[in-house]
Design a binder for this molecule. Structure first.
Ligand code: FES
Length: 149
């Protein structure tokens, strides 16, 4: 990287730090758990009122979430929220994860600007939809055949 582009990147980062927490910048720039999961135990796709979509895949073992991945076509805050919601869901039992809300995502991220808080809601809602998919397909495994992922 040239000295000029490094200087520019530092200026952009300094600007971002005035608006976003370190955790948001970190998860937006280096998101964890990105990608389509093969043979997932649960899947959900939710489109928020802003028009952006998030997808979450879960791998569940003995009613515990052992892996979680996400994809989104949304903004940087939605990338950070998808990254964080999958990070904090991993290792939780299904019943613990069912209690996770937008507030948990916001707290783990150190907050988001008011106008971006709905991005954390999209992540929490998508996780909850994936959990509902897990519960529904556990009861009625034939439903898996109709799943698009
Ligand atoms: Fe749509 Fe962030 S603006 S998810």
């Amino acid at each position: 990287m040239s000295a000029d582009s490094q200087e520019l990147q530092e200026l952009i980062l300094a600007d971002a730090r005035r608006i976003y927490s370190e955790a948001v910048i970190d998860h937006a720039m280096a998101p964890r758990n990105v990608g389509v999961m093969q043979n997932a135990g649960a899947f959900a796709r939710v489109t928020g009122p802003c028009g952006d979509t998030m997808e979450i895949w879960l791998k569940v073992n003995n009613d515990a979430i052992v892996d979680a991945t996400f994809m989104t076509d949304g903004c940087g805050s939605s990338i950070a929220s998808g990254s964080m919601v999958t990070e904090i869901a991993k290792g939780k039992s299904i019943s613990e994860a069912q209690k996770m809300t937008q507030r948990d995502v916001l707290d783990a991220l150190g907050g988001l600007p008011d106008e971006s808080e709905h991005c954390a809601l999209l992540a929490a809602n998508t996780l909850q939809a994936a959990i509902r998919d897990y519960i529904a397909t556990k009861r009625e495994p034939w439903k898996r055949a109709y799943r698009k992922h």
